[in-house]
Design a binder for this molecule. Structure first.
Ligand code: ATP
Ligand code: MG
Length: 472
């Protein structure tokens, strides 16, 4: 009892709350009910029919108010998981520490969780104040207070078409302000990931971060290092696939947050040409996100870290290391450096390596390796990556296009393309050379005519009138 009273006081103190929440009608919040998942509405309806409170909550309400289509829908309720589950045909309780219910409707899952209490004094934390357990049920008001930002603490009742707003989140949303609930430093110490989330919502909403919310971030940025790797990876990925990746990256850098996530990126962003490569890659990612397409984490990280890999690769080659081996060494070194900060899941690491290592083979293909490459599962991704490099003028665009055409072809077309390539090869011509007006024939030191040679011939170091003067 005493504990509850203290918690209540703490909640109020943190939240600095007036007596009751705002209740906003349709004309005040403007949510178009047609954009709300009918399954989320169904979950609320069933729970309310049983006498419980139930609301759509979090990111979905935020997005709906500003007219974005939400990615997914969460429901918050005062019913416990054991009370929720039997009300639905396909529902399962998940989570060990804090249980919640997944209500399944075909492809869509409505995550339904019981109101939770915020951290109270006495709750276990690590030595930096990070909350280790957060698993007590709470009241509606407490549930709002434990959420991160005012714009994320909004509850929408789809039946009454009413938004319940304990922390003036709708006003902040309309003014595009990201404001943390409670004392900023305490909240970042409890969960340092909130600093990353602040950056993400700023970029995603084109908002500003309230000064008091922003002030401690640079100082507390090192706390990120204590967050479990898997959560950090998830949040970083969300940052980079929020549709405004470059803005996010620059924000992170400014706040000193990249140091603990993607340390190498600091060097990358400091070099104009390297930064341009990342910018280009991320703008493609953003375009995919905005078109509702999936983004491959392996491809994304491969692009972010590529320029340091490329540089080390070239350095090793200049020192006489064989090209493939040099690329493997460079990839290993950069990957290892990265993994000391942010663990990237193994399957994504495997994607990154394959995408990188195939780059050397594009430039030194033989008849046998072409067919082997075509059959590799990451061939397509590696070809897309080559395209990116061509756009950055790192490789010849004709070469990149030849591989792209190959990737887009049927088996028969591929056979024809490769036969034509082989004929050119036998005659001393290079892959893609038939289509290049720019290409000049020059005597080759090696056996003439590999696709790689074509790239080299057209690369800045070899072509007349080098296009960017870089030491390729
Ligand atoms: P997105 O559009 O990326 O899904 P979101 O706000 O829905 O954004 P989620 O990670 O899905 O983000 O979280 C759902 C809700 O849970 C948030 O809106 C917020 O209310 C709460 N929440 C999430 N992470 C935290 C956190 N670290 N601290 C406090 N509350 C959080
Ligand atoms: Mg969400």
């Amino acid at each position: 009892m005493l504990q509850q009273t203290i918690r209540h006081l703490v909640t109020r103190l943190f939240a600095g709350q007036p007596s009751g929440p705002l209740r906003l009608s349709h004309s005040q919040h403007g949510i178009d009910r047609r954009l709300v998942s009918r399954h989320a509405i169904k979950v609320c309806e069933v729970l309310q029919q049983q006498g419980y409170d139930a609301y759509v909550v979090g990111g979905a309400v935020r997005d709906l108010i500003i007219g974005l289509a939400p990615k997914d829908f969460d429901v918050a309720t005062n019913a416990t998981p054991a009370q929720i589950r039997p009300l639905f045909r396909r529902a399962r309780i998940i989570g060990r520490r804090f249980q919640l219910v997944h209500v399944v409707f075909g492809q869509e899952i409505i995550e339904t969780s019981t109101f939770r209490a915020p951290s109270a004094t006495g709750q276990p934390t690590d030595e930096h104040g990070r909350i280790l357990r957060d698993n007590e049920f709470g009241t509606h008001e407490e549930d709002a207070a434990r959420r991160d930002f005012t714009i994320n603490a909004l509850y929408y009742d789809p039946l009454k078409e009413e938004v319940i707003d304990f922390h003036h989140g709708v006003a902040d949303l309309k003014n595009r302000v990201v404001r943390i609930i409670g004392d900023p430093e305490t909240r970042y110490r409890e969960d340092p990931v909130r600093m990353l989330r602040a950056m993400r919502f700023k970029a995603k909403l084109g908002a500003r971060i309230d000064p008091a919310t922003e002030a401690p971030i640079t100082r507390l940025a090192p706390l990120i290092a204590h967050v479990p790797a898997s959560r950090l990876f998830d949040e970083t990925l969300k940052l980079l696939s929020c549709g405004h990746a470059m803005d996010c990256l620059r924000e992170l850098q400014r706040a000193g947050l990249t140091r603990n996530l993607i340390p190498i990126i600091e060097q990358v962003l400091a070099e104009d040409r390297d930064a341009a490569f990342v910018e280009m890659a991320l703008s493609r990612t953003d375009a995919r996100v905005r078109a509702g397409k999936a983004v491959s984490p392996g491809f994304l990280f491969a692009a972010l870290l590529w320029r340091p890999v490329h540089r080390r690769w070239q350095e090793q080659v200049a020192h006489g290391v064989q090209r493939n081996e040099a690329l493997i060494n460079a990839a290993d070194a950069v990957m290892e450096e990265q993994l000391q900060a942010l663990a990237i899941q193994r399957r994504h690491q495997a994607d990154m390596r394959d995408i990188w290592l195939m780059q050397a083979r594009f430039e030194r293909a033989t008849l046998r390796t072409i067919w082997r490459m075509v059959e590799q599962p990451r061939f397509r991704a590696a070809v897309d990556f080559l395209q990116l490099r061509a756009e950055a003028r790192e490789v010849d665009s004709v070469l990149a296009q030849w591989w792209m055409d190959l990737a887009n072809s049927s088996h028969e077309q591929r056979t024809q393309m490769i036969e034509a390539w082989q004929a050119g090869h036998a005659g001393g011509r290079k892959a893609g050379s038939g289509t290049s007006a720019r290409r000049r024939r020059r005597p080759s030191r090696r056996k003439a005519g590999t696709a790689a040679q074509a790239a080299e011939d057209a690369s800045p170091a070899h072509a007349s009138g080098a296009r960017d003067g870089s030491p390729h």
